[in-house]
Design a binder for this molecule. Sequence first.
Ligand SMILES: [Zn+2]
Length: 276
Amino acid sequence: MKRTWLLALLLVSGLSAASHPELNDEELRFISANSEFTLLHEMGHLLISELKLPVLGREEDAADQLGFMGLFLLYERQRDADFYAKLVDVADYWRLEWQRPKQPGEEVPAWDSHGLDEQRFYNIACLAYGSDPKQLEWIIEATGLPEERAFYCPEEYQQAHHAVTWLIRHFRKPQDQPVRHRIQVIYEAPSDSVENGAQMLASIKATGELEAVAAKASHDFDLPRDVTLRMTSCGSPDAWYNAISGELTLCYERLSYFRELARQLPALRRQQLERP
Ligand SMILES: [Zn+2]
């Protein structure tokens, strides 16, 4: 997956510094990192389902790992300080979810197919630190990852890396084999309740990058049928892959929601620093 994704997804969020002067660099990075991770997590579900990938453990955890490792593939040639800050942004999204006050019934129940927000935070923080423990010791402090877990994180990262390398080796379509099936991108107009919806849609379409991502995935893997990537309003900040209809849905509201949460980052990070 190509570097063009990065800019693409920043624009997918409908957010460029010029069009949103109220957002600072840190907020923009948080929004783009989490938009990318959301898309890659759902692409993980798509690949698991369409390619019938073997999955041990919970599929939601596997999709998080695929999404996380997808970021590494995405930034292959550009793993700079900004990239590692993005990984912490993704972890911090789960920390914000975990720590924000919830309405009754809003908590993820223990029986849910997803890990608890708190666990997803520590899982991502662990993989991030484990990806380069010599250089990234600061992530332990920045996230408050306990030593007991941190000790095994390099192994956890290696395991995820090994799985993804295996997957690519076994499932990549030979370059000379024609593309049989594609991922079709469909944009629906955002509903009036989505803040700056029209602008968001225009920015996404103008880049043509969702199409590029879809084309790349159908070029790299021999999908068994045509599937769809749909941008739409859902009434909630959601994203999912429907394995029956073969449709990946990204909600405009999810991107708006990242923008909302980005404003709480400074307080969250101050709190972390002030911990004894
Ligand atoms: Zn999922």
